[in-house]
Design a protein around this ligand. Structure first.
Ligand code: NDP
Length: 338
């Protein structure tokens, strides 16, 4: 029998958690033949509701789900895991300053970094969804080192990537499968740079670049960028709740591609530790175009893409924001004597 994969979801009693656990449990991430042991962690005040989610998962009668645990103890939850979906984070409340939000999250992700080092497998791969995701991933990696290498840490920009695919497909009048290689550069925040300069669209049986297929440069360098950046807020305005379903789907896409590899010639967006590519300071958790080798399951930043002055300017802004966030988070670590 194939050994089960042990996958942890934190914040599992939350909105994203509710959509995410079923996708992992039914094989959407690791495949229909791969048994999964699902570990769900949340804060003690959520224990009862988490238990309800566990009962529902049992009632789904899924052949791929060979174990399900609902826990409020961090050490137990991180034990022997293969994958961690870190969704739980301190939410931004009205009137809260970024500094306070960062300080609260630094505590959570420092603690989880240490738990990864102490209890998880050294091969564990981590996606951080909880915001500010890039900086939370940076802190988590810092405290999980050296047991777990920095390259095993990532933050999610796949939802932004998927949103960009959807916008290009709609504007070019094609289905989503006909669009590939959009890029989200930088932070999962409003400074992110959704870039379609290197994207390809298959239209009328021919592969062309996205600028040709869309045929509206002003849209691609203006409205398109702000639609992608502000899509989350637009959904909250209509639904009154955040975009949890699409966030969960994107987290699954991210880990599935990391687990099985990307298609030849395809690249996806993932926030990973910079190796200095495109002038981004080393170690910053920055969203890049990446390809994942199906054999080694390792990501590689796509090299050699040409950036015009417009793109360089946008990448500069998001890099600066991430440097500031990183420095504030490190300061919060010091101030709290952590
Ligand atoms: P959600 O499940 O809606 O969101 C969880 C996190 O994901 C938030 O940080 C949120 O950021 C972020 N996020 C990223 N992308 C998106 C997106 N597209 N749409 C929505 N959120 C996005 O939050 P809930 O409040 O419903 O649930 C959070 C759960 O986490 C709670 O059950 C809480 O108890 C738990 N928690 C667990 C911790 C732990 O296990 N140690 C620590 C802290 C909380 P943003 O706030 O910016 O929307």
């Amino acid at each position: 029998m194939v050994a089960p994969i042990r996958a942890l979801v934190t914040g599992a009693a939350g909105q994203i958690g509710y959509s995410l656990v079923i996708e992992i449990a039914k094989g959407d991430v690791f495949g229909p033949e791969q048994p999964v042991e699902l570990v769900m962690l949340d804060l003690p005040f959520c224990a009862q509701s988490l238990d309800g989610v566990k009962m529902e998962l049992q009632d789904c009668a899924l052949p791929t789900l060979v174990g399900v645990e609902a826990l409020t103890d961090e050490a137990a939850a991180f034990k022997n895991i293969d994958y961690a979906f870190l969704v739980g984070a301190m939410p931004r409340r009205e009137g809260m300053e970024r500094k306070d939000l960062l300080a609260a999250n630094v505590k959570i992700f420092k603690s989880q970094g240490k738990s990864l080092a102490e209890h998880a497998k050294p091969t564990t791969k981590v996606i951080v969804v909880g915001n500010p995701a890039n900086t939370n991933a940076f802190i988590c990696a810092k405290y999980a080192a050296p047991k777990i290498p920095a390259e095993n840490f990532s933050a999610m920009t796949r939802l932004d990537h998927n949103r960009a695919l959807a916008q290009v497909a709609a504007k070019a009048g094609v289905t989503i499968g006909a669009v590939k290689n959009v890029i989200i550069w930088g932070n999962h925040s409003s400074t992110q740079f959704p870039d379609v300069r290197h994207a390809k669209v298959t239209k009328d049986g021919k592969e062309v670049d996205a600028y040709t297929a869309v045929n509206d440069n002003a849209f691609l360098q203006g409205e398109f960028i702000s639609i992608v950046q502000k899509r989350g807020a637009a959904i909250i305005e209509r639904r009154k709740f955040s975009s949890a379903m699409s966030a969960a789907k994107a987290a699954c896409d991210h880990i599935r591609d990391w687990h099985v590899g990307t298609q030849p010639g395809q690249f996806i967006s993932m926030a990973v530790p910079s190796d200095g590519s495109y002038g981004v300071p080393q170690g910053l958790i920055f969203s890049f175009p990446v390809q994942i080798c199906p054999d080694t399951k390792k990501w590689k930043i796509v090299q050699g893409l040409e950036l015009d002055e417009f793109a360089k300017g946008k990448i500069d802004v998001t890099t600066k924001e991430l440097i500031e966030e990183r420095d504030e988070a490190l300061k919060a670590c010091e101030e709290a004597n952590m």
